[in-house]
Structures are given as C-alpha cells and as structure tokens.
Design a binder for this molecule. Structure first.
Ligand code: APR
Length: 319
C-alpha cells in the first residue's frame, strides 16, 4: 500500500521536503500550513512537475489536520526560522507555542505516525513535542545530526579533495554551538583523521577551523540568505530518516533521540547515532568516546539541559 507523509509547515524546508519525497516516489504527500495558500500553491506547483519528472505520487496542500489523517510519517518544520545574528535558542518561545498547536493537531489524527521534528531549537522542541503529543519516545525523533555530519563531511572533502562518499564521520550532541564532531570516528578513505594530521595531510589548525565552521554552518547560510535559514540540506537529511523508517532500512543515523541512561544521560533528547527502521528508533548505538569527546558531549548536554529549563519556565506543563 502507498505510504502517506504529512509535512507540517510548507515553508522553505517543507516545500523542499515535498519535492524530494515526490522525486524519490517515497509516499503520497500532504503539505499542511496555517498559511493555506502557500501549502496549496507549492503542492500544485510540485504536482505539475510530475509529467516532466516522471513521478505519480498524490500531493495536496491544506490547512486542515483532517487531511493529514493516518499519516505514516509526519515531518514538522512549522515555526519561525532564524534571522541574521540570532541563535537557534532565540526561537524557543515562539516555536514552543507553535509546536504545541502541531502536537494537538496530530495527536488524534495520526496516532501511529513516525514523527520527525526539524523545528529549532531542535533538541528542546523535539522533547516538548513528545511531551505535548504523548507519542511513544521511539516514534518521535529530531533531525540535526545528519545535517551537521553532512556539513562536516562536505567541508573535509573540499579541504582534502576527496569525494564525500570516502569520508565517514558523525557529529553528535545538541544541535547548537556545543555540537561535537567525533574525530576519533572520522575516517577518510578508511584512515583516521588523526593519522592524516600526523602525516601532514591536514593541519590540526585547519581541522579545528573546519570543526568550527561546521558548528556555525547554519549561521553562515543565514548570513548569506539574509531572509530565512538553510533548507536544501536540512530537507535532504529529513528525507533520509523518513526513508529508513518507511523502507525499514535500519540505517545508523545521527539523530536527536530520547536518552534513557545512554551516554550517561537520562530523560533528555540529544544527538546520538540510532538505528531507524520500521519500529522507529530501534536502538541507540553506544559509541566509544575518547575522554575529550566525553567531556565535550557532556558540555553539549548541559547546554540542552539549560535550554530545557528555560522552556519549562515558559511553559510549566513541561515540568
Ligand atoms: N502550524 C503550521 N505551520 C505553521 C505554524 C503552525 N502553527 N506556524 C507557522 N507555520 C508555518 C509558516 O506559515 C511557514 O510557512 O511554518 C512555515 C515555516 O517555514 P519557513 O518560515 O520557510 O521556515 P523554514 O526555513 O522552513 O524552517 C522551519 O525549521 O530548521 C528549522 O530553524 C528552522 O525553526 C525553523 C523551521
């Protein structure tokens, strides 16, 4: 049977998600937005590309949750993006309110959906979404790590002149300035990045700069765009998660997942490698971290905790 994906938020990321999902033939698509015209207009535009692009998925735009009923996957981008100079955390108050409305909208209409959240500040918004909706924790997950890892791999490939496919790496922790690039698990053509530093193939300083550029990868794009934030790479990352769930690919992907003791963290969402298959988040993969990585990961967790405290002050139902 054809699968159904609903996209809550038909803005820059939502529209790109719809297009990518259609091109992949992954599922029928419902584009939902409070701004009905945007959802309808984008759905029609993408549908009209189907004869040229050769897909035949149904795609509609709506502002009624009824139309999203019984979705297999829901991807949420409803919210406000950053303006130049803003951090993701600055979006907390406004996006918390929006995510509460979304949770109310999907709770009864698609109780069995796998829900991927993209709205920032990611780790706290996905946690709030899980609480507001009451959906099982393994069915609510945040998109960030794939994007951060993808940015890191791209920058490394440019520096080393190596195809992106030959580089493996992970960026974990919170989706903010404290995210942690896992250098011990970063390999280029199978060789650890530390070896390449020793061999003089890349300077330690250059590597540090790339790590920093990755942390600021979103802000760099916000600055260029002036209006809005990144959307192509975030959408591509969200689609990879949806595909792994729908096709039961059981891919290992870095995502914001609920931690219940893993990585010495309990009761919090943060970026870790997980297996995504037909049951949702099927497993949190426990990686061996170096002492430095452990310290940095915990630092990142603390900044997520701090933001969660701020969220609880805004809405004490999150306590
Ligand atoms: N319900 C549904 N949609 C909503 C709601 C709501 N309550 N409130 C706002 N929206 C819609 C807006 O109408 C807009 O079309 O969400 C859409 C957001 O789209 P953009 O402003 O283009 O933002 P986008 O770049 O897609 O990013 C969305 O993802 O990465 C994060 O930081 C980013 O939080 C931001 C989110």
């Amino acid at each position: 049977m054809r699968k159904k994906i609903s996209l809550i938020g038909a803005g820059q990321i939502g529209g790109t998600l719809a297009h990518l999902i259609a091109l992949k033939g992954l599922a029928d698509i419902v584009l939902f937005d409070v701004a009905e015209g945007i959802a309808k207009g984008k759905a029609l535009d993408i549908a009209q590309s189907s004869p040229v692009s050769g897909f035949n998925m149904n795609i509609i735009g709506t502002n009624s949750y009824e139309d999203t009923k019984n979705s297999d996957v829901i991807i949420i981008t409803a919210g406000v993006p950053r303006k130049p100079g803003m951090t993701r955390d600055d979006l907390l108050g406004i996006n918390l309110k929006i995510i509460k409305q979304v949770a109310d909208g999907i709770r009864n209409t698609s109780p069995n959906a796998f829900v991927i959240c993209i709205t920032n500040p990611l780790d706290v918004i996905v946690m709030a979404l899980q609480k507001y909706s009451g959906f099982p924790k393994n069915k609510v997950v945040g998109m960030a790590g794939i994007l951060d890892s993808s940015r890191f791999i791209y920058f490394l490939s440019q520096e080393l002149n190596v195809p992106v496919q030959k580089i493996k790496s992970f960026v974990l922790g919170g989706h903010g300035d404290s995210m942690v690039a896992m250098l011990n698990s970063t390999t280029v053509n199978g060789k650890n990045i530390h070896e390449l530093v020793k061999e003089g193939k890349i300077k330690k300083k250059t590597l540090d700069e790339i790590v920093n550029r990755t942390k600021n990868g979103g802000a760099e794009i916000v600055k260029y765009l002036e209006k809005g934030s990144a959307f192509y790479a975030p959408a591509a990352s969200g689609v990879e998660m949806a595909e792994s769930y729908i096709k039961d690919q059981k891919k290992q992907l870095p995502c914001a997942a609920y931690l219940n003791g893993e990585y010495d963290t309990k009761g919090l969402y943060a970026g870790v490698p997980v297996i995504i298959g037909a049951s949702g988040v099927e497993k949190v993969i426990q990686m061996d971290l170096s002492d430095e990585e452990k310290v940095n990961f915990q630092k990142s967790i603390r900044s997520v905790q701090d933001l969660l405290e701020a969220a609880k002050k805004i809405d004490n139902s999150l306590n």
